[in-house]
Design a protein around this ligand. Structure first.
Ligand code: AFP
Length: 334
């Protein structure tokens, strides 16, 4: 790499030139995401020193206890995107209802976000994430963002995540490949570090909260039995890796190959993860990198949106691993 590197902003401009369909507005939104990510990386890094760990004592829209960092992350992301005037509304894990931002004609996008994914990791210095998906509005005359989201599928024009781990990494796609950037803290810039990420066809890790396996479909338990059997020739056993932060677990599968799944269980009969701001953005990204994302039975990006906080089962990662999981699930339901 040259000593200069490619900044996120430079990369976005070059992408725009390569793919004119990726309008200037979309670039502006991605730049704002990078800005919000820098603020969050700074605040997460010093949270223990500035009284930002722990709970605020309220539950969020989906019934989870809210952490101080959840609220800070939500406010930061909402403000960063609202400033652009390009967003009509925001669906956030932390907000009960759609946050209506602007009715003006240039507000052609809807943002869906989990501003702070994996918030149970905040107080133990574990990995965290921000997930985002940008939807282009079908009409810009009416001020009914919720109405525009419901009934469609979760196809986005841009999607990605920021992972706050040992370093802060921003990964995004506008549908043409997937690129990753690492925050150079001294420069205060995201620099291209992962060019054209391709998700390996098969991995050697699986990622799931197996404490709940007794409540899962028997086909999924058979899948785990299979991948954990020793057979060196076929690359088994797989190793188990689970951080409790979806972004971190999916990042591993995206970069090294592997599979993440969160199936329905007794406490979460529809699955735990949310379609609009967790599953769909990660599905767009992983598919753009050659991987696969489904509910186990249906492609995530083909699931019709029924409510803004809708939950779905998720299985995501290397194409062959996800296909294998689906075949075990299908066989147990025959
Ligand atoms: P939030 O912190 O945004 O609620 O996300 C947590 C999460 O949805 C996802 O990041 C994890 O993979 C999953 O929940 C962990 O759930 P379990 O604690 O049930 O394993």
């Amino acid at each position: 790499m040259s000593s200069c590197g490619v900044t996120l902003n430079r990369h976005i401009i070059e992408e725009e030139q390569r793919h004119p369909a990726v309008a200037g507005e979309l670039s502006e939104l991605l730049v704002q995401l990078g800005f919000a990510a820098k603020i969050l990386a700074r605040e997460i890094g010093r949270a223990a020193l500035v009284g930002k760990l722990g709970l605020v004592g309220e539950k969020n829209a989906t019934g989870d206890s809210q952490k101080k960092l959840d609220v800070f992350a939500n406010d930061t992301v909402v403000e960063a995107f609202a400033q652009t005037g390009l967003v009509a509304g925001i669906v956030s894990e932390e907000l009960d209802e759609v946050k209506e931002i602007s009715c003006e004609g240039k507000a052609r996008y809807i943002l869906c976000t989990d501003p702070l994914d994996g918030s149970s990791n905040t107080d133990i210095n574990g990995a965290l994430g921000t997930i985002f998906g940008l939807y282009r509005r079908s009409r810009t005359c009416a001020c009914d963002v919720r109405g525009e989201i419901l009934g469609r599928t979760a196809e986005q024009v841009a999607a990605g995540y920021v992972m706050y781990g040992t370093s802060t990494v921003l990964v995004y796609t506008c549908g043409h490949g997937v690129s990753g950037f690492t925050l150079d803290r001294e420069l205060g810039e995201f620099l291209l570090s992962h060019e054209d990420i391709r998700c390996p066809k098969r991995g050697h890790t699986y990622s799931a909260n197996v404490a709940r396996a007794g409540e899962w479909d028997p086909g999924i338990r058979k899948f785990i039995e299979y991948v954990t059997q020793s057979d060196r020739a076929s690359g088994r056993p797989y190793s188990l890796r689970y951080t409790g932060a979806l972004v971190a677990d999916v990042h591993r599968s995206l970069v090294e190959g592997g599979i993440y799944f969160y199936p329905p269980d007794l406490g979460h009969p529809e699955g735990k993860l949310r379609l609009l701001y967790e599953c769909a953005p990660l599905a767009s990204l992983v598919e753009a990198a050659g991987g696969r994302a489904s509910t186990g039975r249906q492609r995530i990006l083909e699931v019709p949106v029924k409510s803004i906080h809708q939950r779905v089962p998720l299985v995501i990662g290397s194409a062959d691993d996800v296909a294998l999981y689906q075949s075990f699930l299908a066989a147990s339901n025959r």
